[in-house]
Write a protein of this length. Structure first.
Length: 589
């Protein structure tokens, strides 16, 4: 995944009709000031060496993960100490932003980008949780590559869950209900827990309780293996829904731990992450925008239904239907008011469900949505897009897109030198606009006797604006390593020509940005940017006060005086040079 900024700022100062470019870019992203963790990764290659899967003389080790865009463009290199006590252990340290979050990662043999295949503890990658404190250090568990061990270990893991709020809201009766730990370690069966009255906790409201339930379980597996689990109440078949999943595919909003090499206790957490707190009821308005689903042809408002499903209605029973307003400006917004009764500060998990073919009707993002119960009687949640798909990220009409490719000095990563005189040809490979990867690949046409190749593809309405693709000689996937693709954006609907690509240069085009201010001329200042539908300018006179003002006519959908450039489509507008000092930013809706 390629994460892009959602805003870009610049300041222009008008003095005697001369535009002055500000010295630096004013970033609106909070990530600029985000906290960081110092993380050390480590992997033991002893078994991989013994099994002839790794040669330390000719191969190297890296780690790729969510923290470094899965190694694109550069993975984190790991090194060993050949004269150390354990020369088969490879380590590497890096600084990672966003503390308190979960990092997904795997160890990789280079060259060839050979990802390890970890043991299934939940069907996903290795995971660690970063510490909350800024600048804190953490060392990932020492694991064997691929979780292939000389011998598995057995460790006693103590699970601990605070049931105070579940008792408070009536979801758990200490006299008749049972809570258990369930996970991959026991086949999602029951490991019943008992109350330990010696454990006392105090919450943010100053409320003290002794409702912590525990169970110790002997677990066998690979050292450091990531294992999923959840807590479960037998009354009402109540699986908890933690407030935040890992964001890793397949996590299902489970909790996880990494198998320790000796007996250890997991932290005490509240069931469902619901803190012990006073109980209140919020009349909560849920809202979802189905425009992208309608545009893509996945949802028919005349016959389709939209539901809200969460832990507050056992994920679908009873049914909670959302409805639209046929007289509203946007008839694709569906809403419903639901009374939510829980403790103040509790986070309720939910997703929208609709009559769409993908994912059985469920929204497709990995994690559930959540809302927080607040003091008071009502709250209205913001409008969200179904599956978080913004309609501005989809083409509003069928669009003929021209791709062009320079094959000069092209050599595949299989060492094959491109030679059209010997019959070589080139194909384009990509999803989801063409065919599934490596199936029915369209062939490009050579332009005369040059080494420029071209193809036109009709992208149907509802196709992604962002196109991810790769070229191959003679239909072989040999342009670059796996997951190393070209990424470009279709910036106008109907007809668009992508900038020229070069074979082997995997250019990742920014979604938008490159905001620039030119010299004043004729009473105007030219302002240009790399644009796209849904992106427009905003202005503000003072960053410390006031609101940003939209310049709606600068939206990419309304470009009338833009021009092509080597990097893509650039939108240009003129701003009066007589205006007062003004801050500008780009914003994507």
């Amino acid at each position: 995944m390629f994460l892009k900024p959602q805003t870009e700022n610049r300041q222009i100062s008008m003095k005697s009709k001369i535009a002055v470019l500000c010295a630096g870019l004013l970033l609106a992203s909070a990530a600029v000031c985000s906290a960081t963790s110092i993380v050390t990764f480590q992997v033991d290659m002893a078994q991989a060496i013994a099994n002839a899967g790794f040669d330390p003389l000719t191969q190297t080790m890296t780690v790729r993960g969510s923290f470094n865009n899965w190694g694109s463009p550069t993975p984190l290199a790991l090194t060993n100490n050949p004269s150390g006590a354990n020369p088969t252990v490879y380590r590497g340290t890096t600084s990672i932003a966003a503390n308190g979050t979960v990092v997904a990662y795997k160890y990789v043999i280079e060259p060839g980008t050979v990802y390890e295949g970890v043991r299934s503890g939940g069907g996903h990658n290795r995971l660690i949780t970063l510490p909350a404190a800024n600048g804190a250090s953490i060392t990932a568990p020492l694991v064997y590559y691929g979780d292939v061990t000389p011998a598995d270990i057995t460790s006693t893991v103590t699970f601990q869950v605070n049931m105070a709020q579940q008792i408070n809201v009536g979801a758990f009766d200490p006299n008749s209900s049972t809570v258990s730990a369930r996970g991959y370690f026991n086949g999602w069966a029951t490991s019943s827990m008992t109350n330990d009255p010696s454990i006392h906790t105090t919450n943010q409201f100053g409320l003290v309780n002794s409702n912590v339930y525990t169970v110790a379980v002997d677990i066998t597996g690979a050292p450091g293996q990531t294992i999923d689990y959840k807590y479960y109440i037998d009354t009402g078949a109540n699986w908890e829904s933690p407030t935040a999943g890992t964001g890793d595919p397949g996590d299902n909003n489970n909790r996880f731990f990494n198998l320790p090499t000796s007996a250890a206790a997991l932290p005490i957490i509240y069931f469902n992450d619901a803190p012990y707190a006073p109980v209140t009821t919020n009349a909560t308005t849920f809202q979802v925008d189905m425009t992208a689903q309608v545009l893509a042809g996945n949802f028919d408002p005349s016959s389709g239904t939209v539901e809200v499903r969460g832990n507050f209605n056992s994920w679908g029973t009873p049914q909670i239907l959302a409805t639209n307003n046929p007289n509203a400006a946007n008839t694709n917004i569906y809403s419903v008011v639901i009374p939510i009764t829980d403790g103040v500060g509790a986070r309720e998990q939910y997703k929208f469900w609709a009559a769409v073919p993908q994912n059985g009707g469920w929204e497709t993002m990995a994690d559930n949505r959540s809302m927080t119960v607040i003091p008071g009687n009502t709250q209205t949640l913001p409008v969200v897009y179904f599956s978080n798909i913004n309609p501005n990220d989809l083409l509003p009409a069928d669009t003929l897109v021209t791709f062009t490719l320079n094959m000069t000095n092209a050599v595949g990563n299989d060492a094959h030198t491109f030679n059209p005189d010997a019959g070589d040809w080139v194909a384009i490979n990509g999803i989801p606009s063409f065919a599934p990867w490596d199936a029915g690949l369209p062939q490009l046409t050579r332009v005369g006797d040059s080494l420029i190749y071209t193809i036109q593809l009709l992208l149907p309405k509802g196709s992604p604006v962002m196109q991810t693709y790769k070229f191959g000689i003679n239909s072989v996937d040999d342009e670059a390593s796996a997951n190393n693709n070209h990424v470009r954006y279709v910036r106008t609907a109907g007809n668009y020509t992508m900038p020229l690509d070069k074979f082997g240069n995997q250019y990742v085009e920014p979604s938008f940005g490159q905001l620039a201010i030119g010299a004043a001329s004729g009473g105007n200042v030219p302002i240009s940017w790399l644009g796209r539908p849904g992106v427009h300018l905003q202005t503000k006179a003072d960053l410390s006060s006031g609101s940003w003002q939209d310049l709606a006519n600068t939206d990419g959908a309304n470009w009338s005086n833009g021009h092509s450039s080597p990097d893509g489509f650039v939108s240009v507008t003129n701003y009066p040079s007589s205006a007062a000092k003004t801050f500008l930013r780009l914003i994507k809706q």
